[in-house]
Ligand binder design. Structure first.
Ligand code: SAH
Length: 236
């Protein structure tokens, strides 16, 4: 595909800031209704129009609006208002070490995106809860850019219960994060191609807590994320 306009959906300012700076993207203030916290940045790169939406801060707690509810709304808004040809969800993620994930690795998504924390034990609702939403085929792009590929499982918690891990494994996912399936769900509904770029900040099958690993590795990860997004934009 040769997209003219790429929209990036990014949960955290720390994940988006290096990219916004490198591409000298401009902040656009008035696209969304005033009370919405989401931040929009626009510019050009490699001859393409680039729009980046970042979740902004929760008005009560002052932290980024991470997770599926704002990912859903951001994706809808950017598609409905700006009509991009392609949506990329970019961010940090946990990985399963025993499946070969290493801190700092760059992964492109493999179909399908699923959830690991939406348990609805009723006929058909069980599969609806888990979900199954397509990614574009990233195999060639990953091979050409030297990135890995893997299935991504989404949930609304940074930590993990034993049941979450069971679900991640039964989804045959190796990557755990908090937005991708929500972005993919909206894109499937709106018929817009999408994929995800995720950099590993923490290994979910290690003794050290996710929070401690996440904090220690965030800087390395966001540097890798910036570099990988620039490579992806050039490739496309
Ligand atoms: N401590 C951070 C907040 C992190 S919330 C701060 O100071 O801003 C976690 C974010 O990182 C989410 O957007 C999620 O998609 C991603 N993430 C990274 N590792 C994860 C993991 N192991 N499980 C779930 N989400 C993870």
């Amino acid at each position: 595909m040769k997209p003219d306009h790429i929209a990036l959906v990014i949960a955290m300012n720390s994940e988006a800031a290096p990219l916004i700076k490198t591409l000298a993207l401009e902040k656009k203030a008035d696209l969304f209704p005033a009370p919405l916290p989401f931040e929009l940045y626009q510019g050009e790169a490699a001859g393409k129009r680039i729009s980046v939406i970042v979740s902004g801060l929760d008005r009560e707690h002052g932290v980024n609006n991470v997770g599926t509810q704002s990912a859903t709304l951001m994706t809808y808004l950017i598609i409905a208002h700006l009509h991009p040809d392609l949506v990329i969800n970019a961010g940090t993620a946990g990985g399963i070490g025993e499946k070969g994930c290493q801190i700092g690795d760059i992964y492109l998504s493999e179909s399908p995106f699923c959830y690991h924390d939406r348990r609805i034990p009723l006929p058909r609702f069980d599969q609806y809860g888990i979900g199954s939403y397509p990614s574009i085929d990233t195999t060639e792009m990953a091979a050409s850019l030297g990135f890995k590929t893997g299935r991504i499982s989404t949930g609304d918690s940074l930590d993990m219960t034993d049941r979450d891990l069971e679900m991640i494994r039964s989804n045959r996912a190796i990557i755990k994060e908090m937005e991708a399936a929500a972005v993919a769900w909206v894109c499937r509904m709106m018929d817009i191609p999408m994929f995800a770029v995720k950099v590993i900040t923490d290994l979910i099958d290690r003794q050290t807590s996710t929070e401690a690993q996440f904090t220690a590795n965030l800087q390395l990860a966001v540097n890798n994320l910036r570099r990988s997004i620039l490579q992806v934009i050039d490739y496309l």
